[in-house]
Design a protein around this ligand. Structure first.
Ligand code: PLP
Ligand code: COI
Length: 361
Protein backbone atom coordinates (compact mmCIF):
# COMPACT_ATOMS: atom_id res chain seq x y z
CA UNK A 1 0.00 0.00 0.00
CA UNK A 2 1.53 3.34 -0.84
CA UNK A 3 0.99 6.61 0.90
CA UNK A 4 -1.07 9.29 -0.88
CA UNK A 5 0.91 12.54 -0.79
CA UNK A 6 -0.68 16.00 -0.83
CA UNK A 7 2.06 18.55 -0.09
CA UNK A 8 1.21 21.46 2.17
CA UNK A 9 0.38 24.75 0.42
CA UNK A 10 1.58 26.74 3.43
CA UNK A 11 4.86 25.11 4.49
CA UNK A 12 6.99 27.14 6.90
CA UNK A 13 9.36 29.39 4.84
CA UNK A 14 12.94 28.08 4.63
CA UNK A 15 14.53 30.80 6.77
CA UNK A 16 11.98 30.36 9.57
CA UNK A 17 12.31 26.57 9.46
CA UNK A 18 16.09 26.82 9.64
CA UNK A 19 15.82 29.09 12.66
CA UNK A 20 13.52 26.62 14.40
CA UNK A 21 15.70 23.62 13.55
CA UNK A 22 18.77 25.46 14.84
CA UNK A 23 17.24 25.72 18.36
CA UNK A 24 14.64 22.98 18.38
CA UNK A 25 13.88 22.36 22.06
CA UNK A 26 11.66 19.30 22.45
CA UNK A 27 8.12 19.21 21.07
CA UNK A 28 8.14 22.96 20.48
CA UNK A 29 7.75 22.97 16.70
CA UNK A 30 6.08 20.49 14.37
CA UNK A 31 7.01 19.76 10.77
CA UNK A 32 4.91 20.79 7.78
CA UNK A 33 3.16 17.47 7.30
CA UNK A 34 1.47 14.60 9.11
CA UNK A 35 0.13 11.20 8.14
CA UNK A 36 -3.35 9.90 8.88
CA UNK A 37 -4.69 6.41 8.21
CA UNK A 38 -8.06 5.13 9.19
CA UNK A 39 -8.99 1.60 10.27
CA UNK A 40 -12.45 0.17 10.52
CA UNK A 41 -13.47 -3.27 11.66
CA UNK A 42 -15.46 -3.67 8.43
CA UNK A 43 -12.78 -2.62 5.93
CA UNK A 44 -9.46 -2.88 7.76
CA UNK A 45 -6.73 -0.32 7.06
CA UNK A 46 -7.34 2.43 4.51
CA UNK A 47 -4.67 4.14 2.42
CA UNK A 48 -2.42 6.39 4.51
CA UNK A 49 -2.55 10.05 3.58
CA UNK A 50 0.36 12.43 4.00
CA UNK A 51 -0.89 16.02 4.10
CA UNK A 52 -0.40 19.41 5.72
CA UNK A 53 -0.06 19.34 9.50
CA UNK A 54 -3.37 20.62 10.85
CA UNK A 55 -5.85 20.23 13.70
CA UNK A 56 -8.28 17.34 13.34
CA UNK A 57 -11.97 17.21 14.04
CA UNK A 58 -13.51 14.44 16.14
CA UNK A 59 -16.96 13.66 17.45
CA UNK A 60 -17.16 14.50 21.17
CA UNK A 61 -18.43 10.97 21.77
CA UNK A 62 -15.35 9.38 20.12
CA UNK A 63 -14.40 6.61 22.49
CA UNK A 64 -10.82 7.81 23.06
CA UNK A 65 -12.12 10.79 25.03
CA UNK A 66 -14.01 8.62 27.47
CA UNK A 67 -12.08 5.43 27.97
CA UNK A 68 -8.58 6.43 26.92
CA UNK A 69 -8.03 3.79 24.23
CA UNK A 70 -4.79 5.23 22.84
CA UNK A 71 -1.20 4.12 22.15
CA UNK A 72 1.92 5.83 20.85
CA UNK A 73 5.55 5.37 19.87
CA UNK A 74 8.65 7.53 20.01
CA UNK A 75 11.48 7.14 17.48
CA UNK A 76 14.16 9.26 15.86
CA UNK A 77 15.72 10.08 12.48
CA UNK A 78 19.35 11.22 12.55
CA UNK A 79 21.36 13.26 10.08
CA UNK A 80 24.38 11.28 8.80
CA UNK A 81 27.85 12.67 7.97
CA UNK A 82 27.11 12.57 4.20
CA UNK A 83 23.92 14.60 4.70
CA UNK A 84 21.65 11.57 4.37
CA UNK A 85 19.05 10.66 7.01
CA UNK A 86 18.69 7.37 8.85
CA UNK A 87 16.18 5.97 11.36
CA UNK A 88 17.33 4.16 14.49
CA UNK A 89 15.77 0.67 14.79
CA UNK A 90 12.40 1.57 13.25
CA UNK A 91 11.37 -2.10 13.06
CA UNK A 92 11.60 -2.30 16.83
CA UNK A 93 9.13 0.57 17.16
CA UNK A 94 6.83 -1.04 14.59
CA UNK A 95 6.89 -4.27 16.60
CA UNK A 96 6.23 -2.57 19.93
CA UNK A 97 3.40 -0.52 18.38
CA UNK A 98 1.73 -3.79 17.38
CA UNK A 99 2.15 -5.26 20.86
CA UNK A 100 0.80 -2.08 22.48
CA UNK A 101 -2.19 -2.19 20.12
CA UNK A 102 -2.92 -5.80 21.02
CA UNK A 103 -2.92 -4.96 24.75
CA UNK A 104 -5.24 -1.95 24.35
CA UNK A 105 -7.61 -3.76 21.93
CA UNK A 106 -6.69 -1.47 19.04
CA UNK A 107 -6.01 -2.91 15.57
CA UNK A 108 -2.48 -4.17 14.98
CA UNK A 109 -0.90 -2.12 12.22
CA UNK A 110 1.19 -4.22 9.83
CA UNK A 111 4.87 -3.38 10.31
CA UNK A 112 5.37 -2.58 6.60
CA UNK A 113 2.51 -0.07 6.68
CA UNK A 114 3.88 1.60 9.82
CA UNK A 115 7.39 1.80 8.32
CA UNK A 116 6.08 3.12 5.01
CA UNK A 117 4.34 6.02 6.74
CA UNK A 118 7.46 6.90 8.75
CA UNK A 119 9.58 6.79 5.64
CA UNK A 120 7.17 9.02 3.73
CA UNK A 121 6.99 11.67 6.46
CA UNK A 122 10.75 11.81 7.00
CA UNK A 123 11.35 12.14 3.24
CA UNK A 124 8.73 14.86 2.89
CA UNK A 125 9.96 16.84 5.90
CA UNK A 126 13.69 16.11 5.52
CA UNK A 127 14.46 19.80 5.88
CA UNK A 128 13.35 19.57 9.52
CA UNK A 129 16.05 17.06 10.53
CA UNK A 130 18.68 18.89 12.63
CA UNK A 131 22.38 18.39 11.96
CA UNK A 132 24.11 18.68 15.31
CA UNK A 133 25.22 15.64 17.30
CA UNK A 134 22.57 14.79 19.88
CA UNK A 135 19.83 16.43 17.82
CA UNK A 136 17.36 14.58 15.63
CA UNK A 137 13.87 14.47 14.24
CA UNK A 138 11.64 12.93 16.92
CA UNK A 139 8.82 10.99 15.31
CA UNK A 140 5.58 10.33 17.16
CA UNK A 141 3.25 7.65 15.73
CA UNK A 142 -0.01 7.27 17.65
CA UNK A 143 -3.41 5.62 17.34
CA UNK A 144 -6.72 6.10 19.09
CA UNK A 145 -10.32 4.89 19.21
CA UNK A 146 -12.74 6.92 17.07
CA UNK A 147 -15.98 4.93 17.23
CA UNK A 148 -18.78 7.21 18.38
CA UNK A 149 -20.47 5.74 21.42
CA UNK A 150 -20.31 5.49 25.16
CA UNK A 151 -20.51 1.73 25.55
CA UNK A 152 -17.35 0.34 27.11
CA UNK A 153 -16.04 -2.03 24.43
CA UNK A 154 -13.18 -2.12 21.93
CA UNK A 155 -13.74 0.56 19.30
CA UNK A 156 -14.66 -0.59 15.79
CA UNK A 157 -12.84 2.42 14.28
CA UNK A 158 -9.40 3.81 14.92
CA UNK A 159 -7.23 6.58 13.57
CA UNK A 160 -3.47 6.20 13.17
CA UNK A 161 -1.48 9.43 12.95
CA UNK A 162 2.13 10.40 12.58
CA UNK A 163 3.69 13.74 13.46
CA UNK A 164 7.31 14.84 13.88
CA UNK A 165 9.22 17.49 15.79
CA UNK A 166 12.84 18.56 15.57
CA UNK A 167 14.45 17.63 18.88
CA UNK A 168 17.39 18.87 20.89
CA UNK A 169 18.40 17.48 24.26
CA UNK A 170 15.50 16.30 26.46
CA UNK A 171 17.82 16.72 29.45
CA UNK A 172 21.16 18.49 29.34
CA UNK A 173 23.65 15.58 29.63
CA UNK A 174 26.11 17.82 31.44
CA UNK A 175 23.76 17.91 34.43
CA UNK A 176 22.84 14.72 36.23
CA UNK A 177 19.08 14.18 36.58
CA UNK A 178 17.62 14.24 40.10
CA UNK A 179 15.02 11.57 40.75
CA UNK A 180 12.14 11.01 43.17
CA UNK A 181 11.52 7.38 44.17
CA UNK A 182 7.75 7.24 44.58
CA UNK A 183 6.48 5.08 47.43
CA UNK A 184 2.99 6.55 47.31
CA UNK A 185 1.91 5.68 43.76
CA UNK A 186 2.28 2.61 41.54
CA UNK A 187 2.90 2.70 37.79
CA UNK A 188 2.13 -0.88 36.81
CA UNK A 189 1.25 -4.31 38.17
CA UNK A 190 1.53 -7.71 36.49
CA UNK A 191 -1.40 -8.16 34.13
CA UNK A 192 -1.76 -4.39 33.78
CA UNK A 193 -0.56 -2.17 30.94
CA UNK A 194 3.01 -1.45 32.06
CA UNK A 195 4.56 -3.15 29.01
CA UNK A 196 2.37 -1.21 26.57
CA UNK A 197 3.13 2.31 25.42
CA UNK A 198 -0.37 3.66 26.05
CA UNK A 199 -1.32 7.20 27.00
CA UNK A 200 -3.13 5.97 30.10
CA UNK A 201 0.16 4.90 31.72
CA UNK A 202 1.41 8.47 31.44
CA UNK A 203 -1.86 10.03 32.62
CA UNK A 204 -1.67 7.85 35.73
CA UNK A 205 1.93 8.94 36.36
CA UNK A 206 1.39 12.69 36.33
CA UNK A 207 0.46 13.19 39.96
CA UNK A 208 3.66 11.42 40.95
CA UNK A 209 5.59 13.55 38.44
CA UNK A 210 4.08 16.63 40.08
CA UNK A 211 5.06 15.30 43.53
CA UNK A 212 8.60 14.75 42.19
CA UNK A 213 8.78 18.32 40.87
CA UNK A 214 7.64 19.60 44.28
CA UNK A 215 10.60 17.76 45.80
CA UNK A 216 12.90 19.46 43.28
CA UNK A 217 13.27 16.29 41.18
CA UNK A 218 13.21 15.91 37.38
CA UNK A 219 11.73 12.42 37.14
CA UNK A 220 9.89 9.74 39.08
CA UNK A 221 11.44 6.33 39.75
CA UNK A 222 8.82 3.60 39.99
CA UNK A 223 9.10 0.61 42.29
CA UNK A 224 7.24 -2.69 41.98
CA UNK A 225 3.56 -2.90 42.94
CA UNK A 226 3.76 -6.05 45.10
CA UNK A 227 6.74 -5.92 47.44
CA UNK A 228 7.13 -2.16 47.02
CA UNK A 229 10.90 -2.33 47.00
CA UNK A 230 12.24 -3.36 43.58
CA UNK A 231 13.35 -0.62 41.19
CA UNK A 232 11.52 -0.78 37.87
CA UNK A 233 12.02 2.29 35.67
CA UNK A 234 11.42 6.01 35.42
CA UNK A 235 8.51 8.05 34.08
CA UNK A 236 9.79 7.97 30.51
CA UNK A 237 13.09 6.09 30.65
CA UNK A 238 14.68 2.83 31.74
CA UNK A 239 17.47 2.74 34.33
CA UNK A 240 21.02 1.40 34.39
CA UNK A 241 23.41 0.99 37.33
CA UNK A 242 27.20 0.80 36.91
CA UNK A 243 29.01 -1.37 39.45
CA UNK A 244 32.76 -0.96 39.76
CA UNK A 245 34.86 1.06 37.36
CA UNK A 246 37.20 0.75 34.40
CA UNK A 247 37.33 -2.33 32.20
CA UNK A 248 36.01 -4.58 34.99
CA UNK A 249 32.75 -2.65 35.47
CA UNK A 250 29.36 -4.33 35.32
CA UNK A 251 26.43 -2.58 33.65
CA UNK A 252 23.21 -3.64 35.36
CA UNK A 253 19.57 -2.96 34.47
CA UNK A 254 16.28 -4.11 36.06
CA UNK A 255 15.00 -7.16 34.18
CA UNK A 256 11.77 -7.03 32.17
CA UNK A 257 9.24 -8.55 34.54
CA UNK A 258 6.13 -7.75 32.51
CA UNK A 259 5.51 -4.40 34.20
CA UNK A 260 8.33 -2.36 32.66
CA UNK A 261 8.27 -0.78 29.23
CA UNK A 262 10.75 -2.78 27.11
CA UNK A 263 12.83 0.18 25.98
CA UNK A 264 14.58 0.01 22.64
CA UNK A 265 17.41 2.16 24.01
CA UNK A 266 17.67 -0.19 27.01
CA UNK A 267 17.93 -3.15 24.65
CA UNK A 268 20.51 -1.38 22.49
CA UNK A 269 22.68 -0.53 25.51
CA UNK A 270 22.81 -4.21 26.52
CA UNK A 271 24.66 -4.76 23.23
CA UNK A 272 26.69 -1.52 23.21
CA UNK A 273 27.99 -2.11 26.76
CA UNK A 274 28.95 -5.69 25.90
CA UNK A 275 30.70 -4.46 22.72
CA UNK A 276 32.69 -2.03 24.88
CA UNK A 277 33.85 -5.00 26.95
CA UNK A 278 31.72 -4.52 30.05
CA UNK A 279 29.92 -7.29 31.86
CA UNK A 280 26.17 -6.85 31.35
CA UNK A 281 23.49 -8.06 33.77
CA UNK A 282 19.69 -7.94 33.99
CA UNK A 283 18.20 -8.58 37.43
CA UNK A 284 16.54 -7.10 40.48
CA UNK A 285 17.76 -4.17 42.55
CA UNK A 286 15.92 -2.84 45.60
CA UNK A 287 15.72 0.71 46.91
CA UNK A 288 17.90 -0.39 49.88
CA UNK A 289 20.50 -1.91 47.56
CA UNK A 290 20.61 1.35 45.59
CA UNK A 291 21.11 3.43 48.77
CA UNK A 292 23.64 1.00 50.30
CA UNK A 293 25.42 0.51 46.96
CA UNK A 294 26.11 4.20 46.45
CA UNK A 295 27.08 4.57 50.14
CA UNK A 296 29.63 1.73 49.93
CA UNK A 297 30.88 2.85 46.51
CA UNK A 298 29.86 -0.45 44.85
CA UNK A 299 27.48 1.47 42.58
CA UNK A 300 29.62 4.08 40.86
CA UNK A 301 27.28 5.52 38.24
CA UNK A 302 23.58 5.51 37.37
CA UNK A 303 21.99 6.57 34.13
CA UNK A 304 18.58 6.69 32.50
CA UNK A 305 17.96 5.86 28.86
CA UNK A 306 15.20 6.33 26.33
CA UNK A 307 14.57 7.60 22.82
CA UNK A 308 13.93 11.19 23.85
CA UNK A 309 16.76 11.49 26.38
CA UNK A 310 19.19 8.93 24.81
CA UNK A 311 21.39 8.53 27.93
CA UNK A 312 21.08 10.88 30.92
CA UNK A 313 23.21 10.64 34.05
CA UNK A 314 21.28 10.23 37.31
CA UNK A 315 22.81 11.95 40.32
CA UNK A 316 20.76 12.56 43.40
CA UNK A 317 17.94 10.22 44.46
CA UNK A 318 15.31 11.39 46.94
CA UNK A 319 12.59 9.36 48.61
CA UNK A 320 10.59 9.02 51.78
CA UNK A 321 13.56 6.93 53.02
CA UNK A 322 16.07 9.74 52.57
CA UNK A 323 18.34 11.33 49.99
CA UNK A 324 21.51 9.93 48.52
CA UNK A 325 23.91 10.84 45.74
CA UNK A 326 25.79 8.60 43.30
CA UNK A 327 29.54 9.24 43.13
CA UNK A 328 30.25 12.97 43.19
CA UNK A 329 26.86 13.75 41.63
CA UNK A 330 28.39 14.48 38.22
CA UNK A 331 27.96 12.48 34.98
CA UNK A 332 30.05 9.28 35.16
CA UNK A 333 32.79 8.27 32.75
CA UNK A 334 31.12 5.02 31.64
CA UNK A 335 27.74 6.75 31.33
CA UNK A 336 29.23 9.31 28.95
CA UNK A 337 31.16 6.63 27.04
CA UNK A 338 27.94 4.67 26.45
CA UNK A 339 26.05 7.86 25.55
CA UNK A 340 28.72 8.92 23.05
CA UNK A 341 28.97 5.43 21.54
CA UNK A 342 25.23 5.18 21.03
CA UNK A 343 25.02 8.70 19.61
CA UNK A 344 28.00 7.91 17.36
CA UNK A 345 26.17 4.89 15.94
CA UNK A 346 22.99 6.94 15.51
CA UNK A 347 24.80 9.78 13.74
CA UNK A 348 26.87 7.43 11.57
CA UNK A 349 30.29 8.31 13.03
CA UNK A 350 30.77 4.89 14.72
CA UNK A 351 30.37 1.60 12.83
CA UNK A 352 26.83 0.23 13.01
CA UNK A 353 27.80 -3.40 13.59
CA UNK A 354 24.27 -4.39 14.66
CA UNK A 355 22.68 -2.93 11.49
CA UNK A 356 20.36 -0.72 13.52
CA UNK A 357 20.35 2.29 11.17
CA UNK A 358 17.90 2.35 8.27
CA UNK A 359 18.61 4.90 5.60
CA UNK A 360 15.60 6.97 4.50
CA UNK A 361 17.10 9.53 2.18
N1 PLP B 1 10.10 3.59 29.94
C1 PLP B 1 9.07 4.42 29.69
C2 PLP B 1 7.96 4.48 30.68
C3 PLP B 1 9.07 5.21 28.53
O1 PLP B 1 8.07 6.06 28.27
C4 PLP B 1 10.14 5.12 27.63
C5 PLP B 1 10.17 5.97 26.43
O2 PLP B 1 9.90 5.61 25.37
C6 PLP B 1 11.18 4.23 27.93
C7 PLP B 1 11.12 3.49 29.08
C8 PLP B 1 12.34 4.07 27.00
O3 PLP B 1 11.95 3.39 25.84
P1 PLP B 1 12.69 3.61 24.46
O4 PLP B 1 14.13 3.42 24.72
O5 PLP B 1 12.12 2.59 23.55
O6 PLP B 1 12.38 5.00 24.03
C1 COI C 1 10.43 8.63 24.44
O1 COI C 1 11.56 8.62 24.91
O2 COI C 1 10.21 8.45 23.25
C2 COI C 1 9.28 8.83 25.28
O3 COI C 1 8.23 8.48 24.89
C3 COI C 1 9.52 9.43 26.60
C4 COI C 1 8.65 10.62 26.86
C5 COI C 1 8.87 11.75 25.91
C6 COI C 1 7.21 10.19 26.99
Amino acid sequence: MSVTITPSTHAVPDAEREEKVAAPGFGKYYTDHMVVCEWTEADGWGTPELKAYAPISLDPAAMVFHYGQEIFEGMKAYRQPDGSIALFRPEANAGRFKRSAARIALPEMPEELFLETVDALVKQDAGWVPEKIGESLYIRPFMFATEVGLGVRPSNRALYMLIATPAGAYFNPANAVTVWISTEYVRAALGGTGEAKCGGNYAASLVAQRAAAKEGCDQVVWIDAVERKWIEEMGGMNLYFVKGSGAGATIFTPKLTGTLLPGITRDSILSVAADLGYKVEEGMISVDQWRDGVASGEITEIFACGTAAVVSPVGCAKSAMGTWVTGDGNPGVITMQIRNTLLGIQHGTIADTHHWMKKVL
